[in-house]
Design a binder for this molecule. Sequence first.
Ligand code: NMX
Ligand code: MLT
Length: 428
Amino acid sequence: MSDIKEGIQNHLLELQLEIDDIFAKGRDSVVSEVTIGQIYGGMRGLIALACNTSYVDPYSGLHISEYTTDEFSDKLPEEIFFLLSTGKFPDRKSLAEFQNDLSLRATIPQYTWNVLRSLHKDTHPMTMLSLGILSMENESVFKKEYQKGLKKSEYWEYTLEDAMNILAKLPGLAAGIYQIRFGDGNLIPHDSNLDWSGNLANMLGISNDKGFADLMRLYLVLHCDHEGGNVSAFTSRVVNSALSDLYYAVSAGLNGLAGPLHGLANQECLRFILEIHDKFGDDPDEDVLRAYILDILNSGKVIPGYGHAVLRVTDPRFTAFMNFGEANCASNHCFKIAKKLFSVVPDILIHYKGGKVANPWPNVDAMSGSLLNHYGLNEFDFYTVLFGVSRVMGFCAQNILALGLGQPIIRPKSVTNRWVLEKLTVPG
Ligand code: NMX
Ligand code: MLT
């Protein structure tokens, strides 16, 4: 048995013991009540899911296992996937075994390239990523084994197989999409001497600068997971809870990530920064910037990269990117504008419309595009693909653990206005 599989097996046993203890102490205890406002308001703040890969604290941000963002941001993405799915970092031997296994599975079938090359030239790279994964669905080991007859306790093992196959192919798939959509269509081959993010950096063929490879590593680490309730992870889990295999679930999650209020915000951020640059130059006056931000708000648009459904402070992932920028691209014009926005936007959002914006602080998307711009990755339609490559680690780990813990199909109850009105007039 591979070390990662053994690690997951052990983690599942620990998690199951905790759940047994929780159930023994109070299976019927109430931990959250739902208001009518929440029913109509996207269920924000409603505690209704268990997810053990990661946890987002409103004030200290993303935690994976016991580690804060600061404490894991110097790791490799492969180590992070190990942590998400086993609760522990791998030792050197387990890491090498895992990386080697990924390397052996990296080949992408020709039919996937045929599908991607047949699309309209303006197809969004996120559509290509989602479709690329979905095109390989016939390869699902889980599906084949399920059709033969699988015990429920074995679901997670074959889902891990699918996860390994999908993760292994992601850097090549993403880089291939970049070449087909923005380059000359020639693919740079996978290099088994490079690690997961090193391969992505290399196959993109954008920059040989070590800083770019370092940024890809950091990028793939910081976007890996954000607990269970964000649009893409939740979508992926709901789809997989019907036992649709991981290819369906990952593709579905990516479709959610492609929305401008979620992952696409990173491309919107750079678009926004470039607009500011075009209008006001390298070093816009803060008052001019304030007036511009207010104009945007008054036209009914959101300020991309600001706000969050859970966080109530500056996203530590933003801070990690800003620190990287200070060290590696402090003179870049986009980075300087992103920094200036950080000193101007929160104060405006705090006071905007009587404080209706719950979190005026920047999220992960407010800074990442400026760093990519510095290294010459200027096709901002591609940015969410990078987010997606990383976030698939979270989708995979969340689904493996949920299946391993025997979680059932997800099916909350919805109600009609009439039902709510009756509930209000006839309480109880
Ligand atoms: N600019 C303008 N208005 C905002 C912003 C913002 N950045 N953030 C929230 N609001 C508004 C929001 O539209 C809502 O207005 P209304 O009542 O008129 O519908 C009001 O403030 C209350 O919303 P919140 O409860 O603060 O935020 P919510 O939980 O609904 O949404 C986001 C969270 C992240 C969707 C929201 O803050 C947003 O649209 N931000 C900009 C897009 C963005 O950066 N998304 C990336 C999120 C991170 N990611 O990578 O996925
Ligand atoms: C994420 O990383 O998924 C975003 O910050 C959105 C969220 O957590 O809701």
